[in-house]
Write a protein that binds this ligand. Structure first.
Ligand code: WTA
Length: 653
């Protein structure tokens, strides 16, 4: 049964205990309804109450203004001044200086680092002074290519302190993807490392660093290398590369560093995400609106209470790690956990052991992780003490009711609400999510809109969909965490997100039921969601086609039991190519090298041609049906080569 089928039949309802509701920020549906309405009807009175919980150096003159409606340029908290790093660290020093801000658990069980707010503040100030010493200034860009080690969080906050725009590149991406992003963002600095530990193996980054150097990227003036695995084969090029520890512990580096006072609309960071064309988009986020959104959504959706320990398992290379491992929890003065390893190493109880060890209260992960751990059986969680858990979160892809129920019963012991949070790199923070003390939960539903978010489901013709009718999920006006633009490509921002110049197109399909609860139905554009990671089909297709032996390629998703979606590639080789199992491995390896291992096709089917329309357009709808194993692939009359459909069906892999 597909996720969508089982979502359609879902009739179970879950409500948290009275005790939970009474102590939650939002205690009832009525209270939520009233405040939600106020957030839409009177943003000028609603948002100041929220934003004033942060520290501003100067208050705003307007809560929200359209700077240019046609260009979809807007500002939240116009003329307000603040600093994101100050809000995440300095402002807690007086009251929470000795409380843990950050716990890092290495892949090795005995490798743990704990930082109080005072200690983290000191580390961040020292590294910010290194950035200054290297000549970096407000508005410059820095690329960060690090696995999940403390230096990643420290360098992000150090950039934010100085108004430097960080762009984190997921360390699982290939060096070619990294080079593209350094070039596109014109980064002056790269922060990386000599390697890392994953799944019991040591990874070496030496070749990657060398390749970046050999590319001679014009903007790049400095590379800082974290010595993580003590790889002595790494020889630094003294003109441009230095070790992190040599810089940070240099005598002239002080523990104190003034922060830069930023305008609310100044960019905080840039994060590249896959789109429907081969070129990733640089999503640019503001300081004031973004921070207000992630600060408040973290607080009220996880129902965070002082002293609680929060663990988001996402890699910081993705937006989830930015918003809900770093900026959301730290701006609230929470204790946030970062884990270097994977859920199944050395055993599939690793996550539950960490929950037990650090008494995690609030836990946030992805459906793909839940499904893969569910498969390992209940013994692994059952042998750990999970009684500290209070709220569970899910993100990244639709959660199927079976996984939801396992999470609820076996992990949360029917005590903990599950907040299924729907949002995107572009949205900065949650857009749809239950308020755990207020809403009745339905497995597989992301519930209701967050404050300030006005969603609607539109049919193909632009009219409103009926109750329970699927359509395009659009948002009718900007919310505080909304992206500002696509870096150096405002046209692409307008074309992709505001195609009718009236509403924001999310790229997702959804439906709303009779109670106003939203159910997400997956992407409607050419984006594949593999284990909650967004990948553009166009990027994978272009990569396959760049292998000289390949004539043409089309990539579509198919339902995958664990990963949610898998990657199915239809490939046409040049005439003289012999098809062999080695060729499949070769092409998969090629994509892994060029884009990253997560982009590796699960299945490759060779063909002599692809189904095309008269104008030469590949009919993806038909390929999707074939990849899903469907007998009925729909109308084929517009094809120039309808005969290929039966061949593809017969040779399906
Ligand atoms: C999908 C991740 C269903 C969706 C925060 C979205 C979800 C894309 C959910 C964004 C959810 C994220 N239910 N689908 N709770 N959360 N998605 O930019 O397709 O990496 O458009 O941001 O993930 O992925 P991104």
């Amino acid at each position: 049964m597909s996720n969508i089928d089982s979502i359609n039949k879902e009739e179970r309802r879950f409500k948290v205990s009275k005790d939970f509701s009474e102590n939650a920020y939002y205690k009832s549906e009525e209270q939520y309804n009233k405040l939600y309405k106020e957030s839409i009807d009177s943003p000028d009175t609603f948002w100041p109450v929220v934003a004033n919980k942060l520290s501003w150096n100067k208050s705003w003159t307007d809560v929200f203004v359209w700077d240019d409606y046609d260009q979809k340029k807007f500002t939240w908290f116009k003329n307000g001044k603040l600093n994101a790093c100050y809000n995440c660290l300095d402002r807690h020093l007086e009251t929470k200086g000795d409380q843990l801000a950050f716990i890092w658990q290495g892949e090795k069980e005995n490798e743990v680092k704990k930082y109080t707010y005072k200690e983290l503040h000191k580390e961040v100030c020292r590294f910010a002074n290194v950035l200054k010493k290297k000549g970096l200034k407000k508005g410059d860009r820095v690329s960060i290519y690090l696995p999940m080690i403390p230096e990643l969080l420290i360098s992000m906050l150090a950039c934010a302190r100085l108004g430097i725009i960080h762009t984190v590149v997921f360390a699982g991406f290939s060096v070619e993807s990294l080079i593209d992003r350094i070039k596109s963002s014109e980064s002056k600095m790269l922060i990386t490392c000599d390697g890392g530990y994953r799944n019991g193996k040591t990874l070496h980054f030496k070749k990657k660093i060398d390749e970046v150097l050999e590319t001679h990227i014009a903007s790049l003036i400095s590379i800082i290398v974290v010595n993580r695995v003590n790889d002595d084969s790494v020889i630094l090029n003294k003109d441009i590369e230095t070790y992190w520890s040599n810089e940070v512990f240099s005598d002239d580096i002080s523990d104190i560093c003034d922060f830069e006072i930023m305008d609310s609309s100044d960019p905080l960071f840039l994060l590249y995400t896959s789109g429907t064309t081969g070129k990733p988009k640089g999503i640019l986020h503001s300081t004031g609106g973004y921070l207000t959104h992630v600060f408040y959504s973290f607080r009220v959706i996880f129902d965070y209470k002082p002293q609680e320990v929060f663990w988001c398992t996402a890699d910081i290379g993705w937006i989830t790690g930015h918003s809900y491992l770093v900026y959301g929890p730290l701006s609230n003065g929470a204790t946030t956990i970062m884990f270097e390893g994977v859920p199944t190493y050395p055993e599939p109880d690793r996550f539950w052991k960490i929950v037990e060890k650090f008494k995690v209260n609030l836990f946030y992960t992805a459906p793909t992780v839940i499904r893969s751990l569910q498969k390992q059986g209940d013994d692994f969680p059952n042998r750990c003490d999970l009684s500290s858990l209070r709220v569970l979160g899910s993100v990244g892809e639709p959660i199927n009711p079976e996984a939801w129920l396992w999470y609820y019963e076996v992990i949360g012991k029917k005590r903990c609400p599950i907040v299924d949070t729907w949002w995107q790199t572009e949205s900065g923070g949650f857009l749809l999510c239950p308020f755990p003390g207020a809403h009745v939960l339905k497995p597989g539903s992301a519930s209701k809109p967050f404050f300030g978010v006005v969603p609607e489901i539109l049919k193909e013709d632009g009219s409103r969909a009926d109750v329970n009718e699927g359509g395009n999920l659009v948002i009718k006006k900007p919310w505080p965490g909304m992206m500002q633009t696509v870096f150096k490509d405002h046209e692409r921002y307008l074309k992709t997100y505001w195609p009718d110049n009236k509403v924001y197109f999310s790229g997702d399909g959804a439906k709303v039921d009779q109670d106003g609860d939203f159910f997400l139905l997956g992407r409607i554009d050419d984006v594949i969601n593999v284990s909650g990671h967004r990948l553009g089909t166009a990027e994978i297709e272009a990569t396959l086609a760049s292998d000289l032996r390949v004539s043409e390629a089309a990539v579509v998703p198919f339902s995958h039991e664990i990963k949610g979606q898998g990657i199915y590639a239809f490939v046409v080789m040049n005439d003289d190519q012999e098809i062999s199992p080695e060729l499949v491995n070769d092409l998969r390896g090629y994509v892994a090298k060029k884009v990253g291992p997560i982009a590796k096709p699960d299945k490759i089917q060779f063909s002599t041609s692809l189904p095309k329309t008269r104008s030469g357009k590949i009919m993806r709808r038909i390929l999707k049906a074939i990849a899903e194993g469907k007998e009925d692939v729909g109308n084929t009359t517009t094809l120039v080569n309808p005969e290929i459909v039966d061949v593809l069906k017969a040779e399906r892999v």
